[in-house]
Write a protein of this length. Structure first.
Length: 167
């Protein structure tokens, strides 16, 4: 009888450990899904920002008068800080929101910001993403930095992606 109770206790401990492990794996899977939604959301905003730059003519000015379109924010005397350091309110006020119907299951529609870079000031050592070799190959090119922010199913999962666009 005592051996039977000990075996029953061992089976209970093993069962509880497996339930705990299953719950942990379920949480990890949910977090991974939420992060993936945020990444896909940010990526879609990044692509829409690049589409603006890929048109034959750009109709916006990059002087900060239109939210989401700025001159180089790393330049000395820039009006704003870089988008990757913005909080939720700053993103809402200073960026372009993509249409809400584009994505589903995200807590809020993704947003993007485009900066027209002043190439001589921006260097790879400053985190500008443009190295001197790339600048030398196309000296007449205009460089833009597109920064996009996406949220997953909850506001806790945030992804910010950037690309450098050469025109």
């Amino acid at each position: 009888m005592i051996i039977g109770l000990i075996m029953l206790l061992l089976l209970t401990v093993i069962g509880l450990a497996s339930i705990r492990g299953t719950n942990l794996q379920e949480q990890m899977t949910g977090n991974m899904r939420d992060h993936n939604l945020a990444f896909q959301s940010a990526e879609s905003a990044l692509r829409l920002g690049e589409e603006v730059l890929n048109k034959p003519t750009i109709t916006v000015t990059f002087d900060g008068t239109t939210a989401g379109y700025y001159s180089d924010l790393m330049q000395a005397g820039a009006t704003y800080t870089r988008p990757i350091t913005w909080n939720k309110t700053q993103w809402a006020d200073r960026s372009v929101q993509i249409p809400a119907s584009t994505l589903s299951n995200v807590s809020e529609p993704p947003r993007f910001v485009i900066e027209k870079l002043t190439v001589p000031v921006v260097a790879a050592t400053q985190g500008g993403g443009i190295d001197s070799e790339s600048r030398d190959k196309s000296p007449d090119a205009i460089y833009f930095r597109v920064t996009a922010r996406g949220l997953g199913g909850t506001a806790d999962s945030e992804v910010i992606v950037q690309s450098t666009f050469v025109r």
